[in-house]
Design a protein around this ligand. Structure first.
Ligand SMILES: Cc1cc2nc3c(=O)[nH]c(=O)nc-3n(C[C@H](O)[C@H](O)[C@H](O)COP(=O)(O)OP(=O)(O)OC[C@H]3O[C@@H](n4cnc5c(N)ncnc54)[C@H](O)[C@@H]3O)c2cc1C
Ligand SMILES: NC(=O)c1ccc[n+]([C@@H]2O[C@H](COP(=O)([O-])OP(=O)(O)OC[C@H]3O[C@@H](n4cnc5c(N)ncnc54)[C@H](O)[C@@H]3O)[C@@H](O)[C@H]2O)c1
Length: 484
């Protein structure tokens, strides 16, 4: 067996691992990045990018199908499933190739293909797919092994028709019907897109949640809106799942029809993801684990206890988002490089966007966190997009936005949005939060006319009124123009 000594070993060449590598590389040449599967990252291969490509195709079909609202008739809209999937894969492959090209530029000695396991806190055993297994002795180690889908036992009855997100992007054409389990982020994004591409979709949830939405008012609005497009039961009662000659038969209770059995071509499990720490022989790393077997770590340093081991990205089960994986890779990389001089890195306010239509976004604290942090002394401002000028112009006038701030100081704390241009407004709000702006300070910013952000201003004005800060503003907005 070959043996190597390095300063830093990084397990996983995903988004977090690659950023960590770049940072460590600045400090030492004695670094190795170990990848168990393929280069290219989850984000580019089966995550952010192909899902957004599918959504882009669906948006195009939806715009054509609904253009008559503007008096424009496009004729019957047909979806060429093969062409849709071909474009998705072609564009996806470009993104993946871009990542692979950057990995290939790394020195050969810095990258190893093989599955890493801890033999002891400093020693990693690498099972490569050829005979030459490898032992790496590392002074410091970064775990950046990502996550994978969790599939509840019952859904396994769908057998060869059980799929996860990865499989969708390998389809050569579109099927006729898909049952989506899990109205979380992945389920909503993929499920709505498939529905808009003409696929019969039914969505099954448990416990009542809709995506990551925490504000009950916004959740109820979103649930109603999605149900206008495809059936979504967020607290379904599924009795049975079976593979039949025709596909997957799902027996469930319907509030109006009683017990129903409906058959679908596929069952898409979007029921959450689990961190890839179970295949690491993590018990040999001599670090504390939580009840789920995930290492305990400091969110600011990414360090596991007082050890020489750091954990970044989806692997730590904290904020499974691309920009967080990149931030965590940077902090873990810097700290592994400078160890034992470990420093708190810059963590940004929470920001999450779901690319449904309308989009869902959350910024900063949730309503429940605000309530807890302020012990009840907070105010809410809200706006409906149903009468918002720019939203009406675009026939995108659906949705609700709620903003939260602390009583007394007027400090902006968080927001949840379900509406048009949520991806952009969420950024403005996250930037305001990072700058620690108060609601009156946010209202001093310019707002153009007519834009969707005028809706945000309406919500902020209501919030300002509810905070009772400064002089009483006039109702409405004479100087703002119509439809704000
Ligand atoms: C369908 C979908 C859509 C998404 N859309 C978005 C989005 O729009 N925006 C957003 O911000 N986020 C999105 N995400 C989340 C985002 O993709 C992840 O948060 C991010 O890719 C995580 O990066 P990572 O580096 O932690 O993991 P990964 O990129 O998965 O990298 C981990 C790597 O570690 C390797 N590995 C695992 N175990 C071992 C081992 N024992 N030894 C060696 N190597 C190992 C794996 O093979 C993998 O290559 C989406 C995710 C999915 C699934
Ligand atoms: N736009 C984005 O940023 C984006 C897109 C996709 C994924 N992601 C990331 O990936 C993570 C994982 O996404 P996800 O959708 O897999 O997880 P999730 O936690 O968002 O959703 C899982 C859903 O499955 C439901 N569920 C669990 N067991 C079930 C069962 N037996 N039957 C029916 N429903 C069941 C849960 O109640 C939940 O609604 C997200 O938290 C997010 O961080 C981000």
């Amino acid at each position: 067996m070959e043996k190597r000594d390095v300063d830093v070993a990084i397990i996983g060449a995903g988004s977090a691992g690659m950023v960590a590598y770049q940072r460590v590389r600045k400090a030492t040449d004695r670094v190795v990045m170990i990848e168990a599967s393929q280069y290219g990252t989850t984000c580019a291969r089966v995550g952010c990018m192909p899902s957004k490509l599918l959504i882009a195709a669906a948006e195009s079909a939806h715009q054509m199908a609904t253009a008559s609202v503007f008096g424009i008739k496009a004729g019957e809209v047909t979806v060429d499933g093969q062409a849709v999937m071909a474009r998705i894969r072609q564009e996806r492959d470009q993104f993946v190739d871009g990542v692979i090209r950057s990995v290939e530029k790394l020195p050969d000695s810095h990258r190893v293909l093989g599955h890493a396991r801890f033999a002891d806190p400093h020693r990693l055993m690498i099972d490569t797919d050829h005979d030459a297994d490898l032992e790496i002795n590392a002074d410091r180690i970064i775990i950046a092994t990502g996550s994978r889908p969790v599939v509840p036992k019952m859904l396994e009855e769908a057998r060869d028709r059980l799929i996860v997100n990865d499989d969708v992007f390998e389809w050569q054409t579109l099927p006729d019907s898909v049952a989506v389990f899990g109205p979380g982020v992945i389920g909503l994004e993929l499920g709505q897109a498939l529905s808009r591409l003409g696929i019969r979709v039914r969505m099954f949830g448990v416990g009542g949640s809709v995506g990551p939405i925490q504000d009950p008012k916004i959740r109820d609005y979103a649930l109603k809106t999605f149900n206008n497009e495809f059936p979504l039961d967020p607290d379904s009662d599924v009795k049975h799942v079976a593979r039949t000659d025709d596909g997957v038969a799902i027996t469930y209770r319907d509030s109006e029809r009683g017990q129903v059995t409906e058959t679908f071509d596929y069952l898409l499990a979007a029921t959450g993801r689990q961190p890839n720490v179970d295949g690491l022989d993590i018990q040999n790393a001599d670090i504390d684990l939580n009840d789920n077997g995930v290492p305990r770590f400091d969110a600011y340093t990414l360090r596991c206890g007082d050890s020489h081991i750091f954990i970044a990205g989806d692997a730590n089960d904290a904020k499974p988002l691309l920009h967080e994986a990149a931030d965590e890779g940077r902090i873990a990389g810097d700290n592994a490089a400078a160890y034992p001089d470990v420093r708190a890195g810059n963590r940004r306010p929470a920001l999450a966007i779901v690319f449904t239509d309308p989009q869902i976004a959350s910024v900063g604290m949730t309503l429940q966190q605000v309530d807890e942090a302020c012990q009840g002394y907070f105010a809410i401002g809200e706006v409906s997009f149903e009468d918002q000028g720019r939203s009406r112009i675009m026939a995108k006038n659906r949705g609700l936005l709620r903003v939260y701030a602390r009583q007394g100081t007027g400090l902006f704390l968080g927001a949840e949005l379900f509406g048009p241009a949520a991806e952009h407004m969420a950024h403005l709000l996250a930037w305001s939060l990072q700058r620690r702006l108060t609601v009156p300070e946010m209202l001093e910013m310019p707002f153009y006319h007519p834009v969707v952000e005028e809706g945000l201003r309406t919500a902020l004005k209501q919030l300002n009124r509810n905070l009772s800060i400064g002089h009483e503003p006039a109702e409405g907005c004479m100087e703002c123009g119509p439809g704000v």
